[in-house]
Design a binder for this molecule. Structure first.
Ligand SMILES: Cc1cc2nc3c(=O)[nH]c(=O)nc-3n(C[C@H](O)[C@H](O)[C@H](O)COP(=O)(O)OP(=O)(O)OC[C@H]3O[C@@H](n4cnc5c(N)ncnc54)[C@H](O)[C@@H]3O)c2cc1C
Ligand SMILES: Cc1ncc(C[n+]2csc(CCOP(=O)(O)OP(=O)(O)O)c2C)c(N)n1
Length: 579
């Protein structure tokens, strides 16, 4: 019988559990793993240009499929590069396994070439992180890692020295062959009865719903109908909540709609369902707060909570529904919906074509993209202003998906997440909404689109600035500094990389160029020149922010940059006030 290596057993164990690919960059210490991948057909090696991209790509795949996804890096710098992407996966609670190759086991502790200690390095961005120092630990350690990633929804890291990977395996085959358990979790009968009483006795209820409502759309809408409650969503919940929703009043938060903000602030009872919306300032101070979450440790994390229940959304709402009376009063709902209608109209008015010779309003660009994209498109958006435009101008429909680095908040996720999305969904349209700063940060992986034959469409919002930070600086009352970008011609760069590269210099070119890119049978990039000073006004301007803004104005004028203030006003304030 042919003897099997530990590496071959690793690959077999992953294949057996349904893993189809491993994203990474190869290297000496990973040779055992990559060579084992080469020798079989069930698990594919997806070669990218930066390990951070590998981790983001795996995270996107895990987010979209709900299944375990895998990335790998060689020892030392190779797996260190994974870290930022893994943080994102871990904080977004998606099941990802990282294989962190390690230096030869007999050298550990000697300060050897490329030596690091992955158990320490990855401790903060994983639930499970173990070094394999003996072939006998395999496949058990790997299986515990996989099981932990799936059960606790997060990252597991298995550090595997190159020499151990090449050793003969002691155990022949994977031990665990059961499918991932899918338990229903429900609060006790007593808790459900008490919750129903609280809600039946309340007036003016608003629901704040988040990503934890995935798969429970019907139940969520049924609850809102019984309670006559407007539904505000948190950003990660947008893709699951906004569509076919007669109770939708938009998002809250700094990027949110005034209607979302108002519906929360004006309620007597706030019902939080499957959300970890992080910004304390946006919670009502005096309302009774009820929170339902699958993880008990989430209860009361963001605001004071009067009634906390542990349960999955679908099971809990199903159990609750028969106990609820139909609310007779729909004034709060009607007023919130009316406010939403106005807020939506105002935002839509900012998404106009514009007549400037150069540059477009990014809102308009996103509106056009939204209109032209496929009904089941997968969008990824960079942290920076693309997150603003995506959250406000993309319409979800239950089939479309939206991903970003929404919890970890890292730049540059859109392109690598698009790679993972397209690998997992070969036949769907995948669109990366990239910032010019974000794209440049992991630009090497534009090359992967060509090499892997991935027809990802990259829309670059080219404002020649780290514009989101400029906004933050303005709001904080300081002059922007270090935010200028001297950009290349991204379309030419794309062409040089074998990707269709297009430029939309003015508004009238936006629709035809995006349409051409979306139709193109292969990867395409559209560089769209957008205005730099598109201030995304928060739904409510606090005194502190106002002060910040005036301070900026003052400083700008004093430093001879008054013309910039005029630009800012022209681009935003005037459009908002006089449109
Ligand atoms: C630049 C930038 C600006 C941002 N601005 C905003 C903003 O203005 N507004 C905004 O909303 N967000 C904003 N975000 C995103 C924000 O940081 C959070 O990531 C987001 O609000 C969280 O959304 P969520 O609550 O839907 O998802 P999550 O944070 O993923 O929370 C989901 C919750 O549901 C629970 N859960 C999971 N599954 C279940 C289940 N089956 N049953 C019950 N519970 C479950 C989880 O335990 C978790 O507590 C911004 C992000 C960036 C990068
Ligand atoms: C890795 C990382 N570095 C820095 C930041 C801080 N930051 C947040 S948004 C942003 C600017 C993003 O610029 P760009 O991608 O060009 O998008 P824009 O806001 O200009 O549209 C920066 C620097 C971050 N979030 N992540």
């Amino acid at each position: 019988m042919v003897k099997k290596s530990v590496a071959a057993l690793v690959v077999e164990t992953l294949a057996q559990s349904g893993v189809e690919r491993i994203y990474g960059v190869c290297g000496d210490s990973l040779n055992g793993i990559t060579d084992s991948i080469r020798k079989q057909e069930r698990v594919r090696w997806v070669q990218v240009r930066h390990e951070e991209s590998a981790a983001f790509a795996a995270g996107a795949e895990a987010h979209l499929t709900g299944r375990l996804a895998v990335c790998a890096g060689s020892c030392g710098p190779g797996n260190l590069h994974l870290i930022n992407g893994l943080y994102d996966c871990h904080r977004s609670r998606v099941p990802v396994l990282a294989i962190a190759a390690q230096i030869p086991s007999q050298e550990i502790g000697s300060g050897y070439f490329q030596e690091t200690h992955p158990e320490h390095l990855f401790a903060q961005c994983s639930n499970y992180c173990e070094l394999v120092s003996h072939p006998e630990q395999m496949p058990r350690v790997l299986e515990i890692g996989m099981q932990t990633a799936i059960a606790r929804r997060g990252v597991s890291v298995v550090a595997l020295p190159g020499d151990i990977a090449l050793c003969e395996a002691v155990t022949e085959h994977p031990r665990l062959t059961f499918p991932p358990p899918q338990p229903s979790v429900c609060p006790s009968d007593d808790e459900i009865t008490k919750l129903a009483k609280v809600l039946n006795d309340s007036e003016k209820i608003t629901i704040l719903a988040g990503a934890g409502c995935a798969g429970a759309h019907t139940e969520l809408i049924a609850i809102a109908a019984k309670l006559n409650a407007p539904i505000v969503h948190a950003l990660r919940g947008k893709e699951f909540i906004e569509y076919d929703n007669p109770f939708d009043v938009g998002m809250t938060g700094l990027l949110g709609f005034s209607s979302g903000y108002r519906a929360m602030m004006n309620c007597n009872t706030l019902l939080m369902i499957g959300t970890d919306f992080p910004y304390q300032q946006f919670f009502p101070k005096d309302a009774t707060v009820v929170q339902i979450d699958i993880r008990g440790e989430q209860l009361g994390r963001r605001t004071k909570v009067d009634h906390g229940l542990v349960g999955d959304t679908k099971t809990t709402l199903r159990a609750l529904l028969p106990h609820l009376k139909q609310s007779p009063d729909d004034e709060h709902l009607k007023s919130a919906l009316e406010h939403y209608r106005k807020a939506r109209k105002q935002l839509d008015e900012l998404a106009t074509e514009g007549r400037e010779e150069k540059g477009s309003h990014p809102q308009f660009v996103t509106r056009v993209l939204n209109e032209l994209a496929a009904p089941d498109a997968i969008f990824t958006c960079d942290v920076g202003t693309p997150t603003i435009w995506a959250s406000r101008y993309l319409t979800m429909n239950g089939r479309r998906r939206l991903l970003g680095s929404f919890v970890h908040g890292s730049m540059a996720s859109a392109l690598p997440q698009a790679i993972g999305a397209q690998m997992a969904h070969k036949d769907r349209q995948v669109i990366s909404m990239s910032g010019d700063g974000g794209l440049a940060m992991l630009m090497g992986d534009l090359l992967s689109l060509q090499q892997l034959q991935l027809p990802v469409k990259t829309i670059v919002y080219k404002n020649d600035a780290l514009a989101f930070v400029e906004l933050e600086m303005k709001a904080a009352g300081i002059l922007e500094f270090g935010t200028d970008l001297q950009n290349p011609d991204f379309a030419k760069m794309a062409e040089a990389a074998g990707i269709l590269g297009l430029t939309a210099e003015s508004s009238d070119q936006v629709r035809p160029k995006i349409a051409q890119a979306l139709k193109h049978d292969g990867p395409a990039l559209v560089e769209v020149l957008v205005h730099r000073q598109e201030l995304a006004m928060p739904p409510t301007i606090t005194l502190a922010q106002m002060t910040g803004f005036s301070l900026f104005a003052l400083k700008a004028v004093l430093s001879g940059r008054g013309d910039e203030i005029v630009d800012l006003a022209k681009d935003n304030l005037l459009r908002r006030w006089f449109s």
